[in-house]
Design a protein around this ligand. Structure first.
Ligand SMILES: [Zn+2]
Ligand SMILES: [Zn+2]
Length: 365
């Protein structure tokens, strides 16, 4: 095996460069003796990878930069190459996907609740493997065995780059919002994440599931959402969202709103279209440092609305994700719309950041 490889490296000043980096070695990383050397098959470009790409100066200022030089990429599909001395859960040849919350203290109040994703003692850039030991935009990476999930044969490798956002969508819909069969859900924002949220809601029997978008989504993303199971799609630049939701719900409002756009107006809309006693998730724009929006607290008070946030996933969300995708209840293949070799990462980043006909780009080292 060669001692170096090409990796897409983030620098503390915010620069991204494809450069030669050392191939990680078993036994010489923080996960030893539970470390696993992986050969990356595909790695997806996430919204959190491109938030600095083409972002405004104001947005860039709000975003955290990595404190160290490190290979990026966390939507990883890989084969096990070699295992550390104490590894028992995977073996060479296994095809796996990788959880991203790999460092947590295990004894703070959040960890004691099993909420490792919000471990109280770690800084935001110190809890996730792709900010510490390095991610999947390179031929090889190392991961702890406890954060790997073996893929069933029914899941194609390329589409499995979306397993991480699927686990994140399960975190939102089930772990955070406790959506139940028969509940009505409005999902604001028809990106890959929005369509995954919609599919998870449908898979567990929620409905009707309503998906909203803008004019720019009318040619591709909204029809895709409809094709993949949304009961109703609404272009909010053509229809009045508040009136449409009132009509669809007999004037009551939806049980649950999942706000996924990261824009100002949907924050106010979410409080108007949810029913009294309903639940609202504000998740859009989190990766860009969030947004500042005026909130009418009177609506939250008198409607007794539960408002929540979410970040990453907990281990159980991954178990559910492998199950739902493995048996075809959540379909990923049509959402991975583009593929590039790692060397052409810039084209992939440009496309992911700017195209409304693109849902997910997979890079192949
Ligand atoms: Zn991601
Ligand atoms: Zn902790």
């Amino acid at each position: 095996m060669t001692k170096t490889m090409l990796g897409l490296v983030a620098h503390p000043n915010g620069d991204l460069r494809l450069e030669e980096v050392p191939v990680p070695r078993i036994g010489e990383n923080p996960y030893a003796p539970h470390d696993v050397l992986l050969e990356v098959e595909y790695c997806g470009i996430c919204g959190s990878d491109i938030h600095k790409w083409g972002a405004s100066a104001e947005e860039k200022a709000k975003v955290l930069h990595t404190p160290r030089k490190v290979v990026q990429g966390h939507e990883i599909v890989a084969h096990v190459v070699e295992t550390g001395a104490d590894v028992t859960r995977v073996k060479p040849g296994d095809r796996v996907v990788c959880e991203i919350v790999t460092f947590y203290c295990g004894h703070c109040p959040a960890c004691l609740e099993g909420r490792f994703n919000i471990c109280n003692t770690l800084k935001p850039m110190d809890g996730r493997a792709h900010y510490v030991t390095g991610g999947g935009f390179a031929k090889y990476t190392v991961w702890p065995e406890f954060q790997l999930h073996v893929l069933p044969d029914t899941i194609q490798s390329r589409s499995a780059v979306l397993m991480e956002p699927t686990a994140g969508s399960i975190h939102s819909v089930l772990s955070r919002m406790n959506v139940r069969a028969g509940e009505s859900v409005a999902i604001l924002g028809p990106g890959a994440r929005g369509i995954l949220l919609m599919q998870v809601c449908k898979a567990i029997g929620a409905g009707p599931v309503i998906m909203t978008g803008l004019d720019r989504d009318a040619s591709f993303r909204l029809p895709m959402a409809k094709k993949m199971g949304a009961d109703v799609v609404i272009n909010v630049e053509k229809e009045n969202l508040r009136e449409s939701i009132a009509e669809l719900t007999g004037g009551i409002g939806v049980d649950v709103v999942l706000e996924n756009t990261g824009s100002v107006e949907p924050i106010a809309e979410s409080l108007d279209i949810v029913r009294k006693g309903g639940r609202v998730l504000w998740a859009g724009g989190g990766i860009r440092g969030g947004i500042t929006a005026p909130v009418d607290t009177h609506k939250i008070i008198v409607k007794e609305i539960d408002v929540k946030g979410e970040i990453s996933q907990i281990p159980y969300d991954w178990k559910t994700a492998v199950h739902l995708v493995g048996r075809g209840d959540v379909v990923l293949d049509p959402l991975v719309t583009h593929e590039f070799p790692l060397e052409r990462w810039e084209e992939g980043y440009d496309l992911a950041a700017s195209s409304h006909d693109c849902l997910r780009v997979a890079l192949k080292p």
